[in-house]
Design a protein around this ligand. Structure first.
Ligand code: GTP
Ligand code: MG
Length: 253
């Protein structure tokens, strides 16, 4: 079973992506499981087959441990890992080709806590990949875009799983913005030029960041994604299929 983890900064569109991907699969008669690992989720735009909130929610953790929302998020992230055996058992009751996994709003909890490795490892990381959503507003500025590349590289470095970078909420960007951002993602020259034109200290720092990115070799095409128009969803499916060869061949469609 191929597992696709939706990751990204708070509000980048992870949950909506999971919901849209599920609808897209549903329309094609594909079979999938939806897993919510975010105990802080209020309302989800999809019906989860396995929902961490069936065991605990953020308000419950806050109350039980006398914590504020941030402390409770940290405890919640570790508590998810403690439930992973049960999640795995539930998942194994299905024999679907795909599992779409929604992660907590705070990217750093998923990216930096050891419990996340426990989660991906237990669920099986040999057929798992990360779909990293770029926030479109942050992506509009060269330094914001470079920061997201850095963040995505950091997440990649932490997990060593195949991943795709997605330019989220693509429908919200204007034609010129779309072209500019996609250009930055494929041509290091154009990103370099854009960073150079940013002002003062920021430009110097951005340039150093740029050099680091260039050395790491994180240049890769961003896939435009809109959970509203479904643009990009077939691409994510095809990439997953290309890596793992699971599910039905889209080209046969
Ligand atoms: N126009 C547009 N809006 C989107 C898209 N994806 C998400 N949104 C909106 O962006 C907001 C945040 O989306 P969510 O899916 O909740 O984002 P999230 O990353 O799960 O948020 P947290 O879990 O709170 O971090 C919602 O109002 C969504 O309707 C998209 O592709 N296009
Ligand atoms: Mg969410």
């Amino acid at each position: 079973m191929v597992k696709i983890y939706a990751v990204g900064t708070a509000g980048s569109g992870k949950s909506t992506f999971v919901g849209a991907f599920a609808e897209w699969m549903e329309e094609r008669g594909f079979r999938y499981s939806l897993i919510n690992l975010d105990p802080g989720a209020d309302e989800l735009p999809y019906e989860a087959d396995i929902d961490i909130r069936q065991w605990f929610t953020l308000p419950e953790i806050m109350k039980e441990y006398g914590l504020g929302p941030n402390g409770a998020q940290v405890v919640g992230a570790d508590m998810v890992a403690l439930k992973i055996e049960e999640i795995k058992e539930e998942l194994e009751r299905t024999s679907y080709d795909y599992a779409l996994i929604d992660t907590p709003g705070q990217l750093e909890l998923f990216a930096f806590r050891e419990s996340s490795h426990h989660i991906t490892g237990k669920l099986g990381d040999e057929d798992a990949m990360l779909a990293f959503l770029f926030d479109p507003v942050l992506s509009k500025e060269p330094s914001g875009f470079a920061s997201l590349l850095m963040l995505s590289a950091t997440v990649h470095f932490r997990f060593h799983l195949p991943f795709v970078n997605l330019l989220g909420k693509y429908d919200l960007l204007g034609p010129e913005e779309k072209e500019r951002i996609l250009d930055w993602s494929t041509s290091d020259n154009s990103l370099y030029e854009a960073l150079r034109n940013e002002d003062g200290m920021k430009a110097h720092f951005s340039f150093e960041v740029f050099k680091a990115l260039e050395n790491i070799g994180t240049y890769r095409k961003l896939i435009p994604l809109s959970s509203m128009t479904w643009e990009g969803i077939p691409d994510v499916y095809s990439i997953a299929q290309g890596i793992f060869g699971a599910g039905e061949d889209l080209t046969a469609d």
